[in-house]
Design a protein. Structure first.
Length: 161
């Protein structure tokens, strides 16, 4: 069975033509938003992975080993470079990703999320968007179940309720 988190991570890196637009925070948010949007739409995530609370928002629990695997397999180069007072990690796909791993609907979700994150957000702004009531309710390192997204947006209570 394929590792869908690894495949989606590779796909996201491959689809990002300019690696300076992705980096670690945006990669993690692209994975989170693609999975949660798919979950809301279809009742299942794309990767079926576990996310945990971290300082800058939800992160796949296994992202570091996945990136190490992609790097060791020669699919993605992980490049660290100075960025102001921090170190920024860029992800450069050097082998094409397997698009057939995902349905057409999943690819549309991923591509829209990726464009939105890379073209319309900074790492700080997309991180802030992921700091919602679900993230706030979790402790650092605690699992954030995907089903929690179903209760994150307040709905209108009607007389029928």
């Amino acid at each position: 069975m394929p590792d869908l988190l690894k495949e989606l991570t590779h796909y996201i890196c491959w689809k990002t033509a300019d690696p300076s637009k992705l980096a670690a925070t945006k990669l993690n948010k692209a994975l989170w938003f693609a999975d949660t949007i798919a979950y809301r739409a279809n009742g299942r995530s794309i990767t079926n992975t576990t996310y945990v609370k971290r300082q800058f928002g939800p992160v796949p629990r296994r992202i570091l080993p996945v990136l190490d695997q992609l790097n060791s397999e020669g699919k993605v180069i992980v490049r660290e470079r100075p960025y102001f007072n921090h170190t920024k990690r860029d992800f450069i796909a050097i082998q094409p990703a397997t698009e057939a791993m995902f349905s057409e609907e999943e690819r549309q979700i991923i591509d829209i999320v990726l464009s939105w994150i890379c073209d319309e957000h900074t790492a700080a702004s997309i991180s802030e968007l992921s700091h919602d009531s679900i993230w706030e309710a979790a402790d650092e390192g605690e699992e954030i179940p995907l089903y929690a997204v179903l209760g994150a947006s307040p709905g209108e209570i009607t007389d029928k309720d």
